[in-house]
Design a binder for this molecule. Structure first.
Ligand SMILES: [Zn+2]
Length: 271
């Protein structure tokens, strides 16, 4: 119980750092420095304003200097990361697999940061996809499972790149971003073939369902405004080609599920 709480506390601190990464990396800023600032007035934050959750609660979600709203993304990420770390501890650490815990917790943190970056900025920063991929391979090697991690990550990213290039050639527009390809490499390094397959399958299915629902929504809205079916359908098709779906968010959700069900699978895999 105590260990789970400690893991959750680490998750809070990590989640706070993720909030900074997810804001700065898509904007091309460094996460190493300068220290945390208010994004509205650029005032440097004092240590007491940087405590995960508590600062947000104490300041009622506002900057102490300019009064600008801090945004729910920060406490939400901190809580999500704390919950993820606690769950990873229960899945691996409590069973005596500390390496598995470190691996799972790091991976969960990458997934959370990528989901926020993609949802907010439609970006999957290389620092997280490629950086996480490299760390994933190093951790897999530490756990004695480098070969399957290498095969899954390069195999998965290769297949996705081929699909993306094929689509681009057939339709003459980019259907898949390179960020998605690199993210699948990251998934392979941490989940292995089976888990990566489950994650990509679930993620693509969820994205497809949301895409179809959005197209239906646009069609029905046009119909209510008195447009013909033909014009309404054409508007929906245009909407789908112009609005980019944040595939990374769905891949991250699928990977979270694959990670959760993979706890037992992983242990059997690594032995
Ligand atoms: Zn401020």
């Amino acid at each position: 119980m105590l260990a789970t709480l400690v893991a959750a506390a680490f998750g809070l601190v990590a989640g706070s750092f993720l909030g900074l990464c997810a804001w700065r990396l898509p904007r091309g800023e460094s996460v190493a420095g300068p220290p945390s600032r208010c994004t509205a007035c650029r005032r440097r934050l004092r240590a007491s304003e940087n405590v995960p959750l508590f600062s947000f609660a104490l300041q009622r979600g506002c900057c102490r200097g300019c009064g600008a709203a801090i945004g729910w993304r920060y406490p939400a990420l901190e809580i999500a990361c704390a919950a993820a770390f606690a769950a990873c501890w229960l899945g691996w650490g409590a069973a005596g697999d500390e390496r598995g815990f470190i691996r799972a917790a790091f991976f969960a943190a990458c997934l959370l940061a990528l989901a926020v970056c993609d949802a907010e900025c439609r970006q999957l920063p290389d620092e997280i996809t490629l950086g996480g991929w490299a760390v994933g391979l190093a951790l897999a090697s530490w756990a004695g499972a480098l070969t399957p991690a290498l095969a899954a990550s390069f195999g998965g990213a290769g297949v996705l790149a081929a699909v993306g290039l094929g689509y681009q050639r057939a339709r003459r527009r980019e259907g898949l971003g390179w960020g998605d390809v690199k993210m699948v490499g990251l998934l392979g390094a941490f989940l292995g073939f089976e888990g990566m397959f489950v994650a990509v399958l679930l993620g693509s299915l969820a994205a497809a369902v949301v895409g179809v629902a959005q197209m239906l929504g646009v069609t029905m809205a046009r119909r209510r405004r008195g447009q013909s079916w033909r014009r309404a359908r054409a508007a929906a098709a245009t909407y789908l080609t112009t609005a980019s779906l944040p595939l990374g968010v769905y891949l991250a959700a699928g990977a979270g599920i694959a990670l959760a069900r993979g706890a037992s699978m992983w242990r059997a895999w690594i032995g």
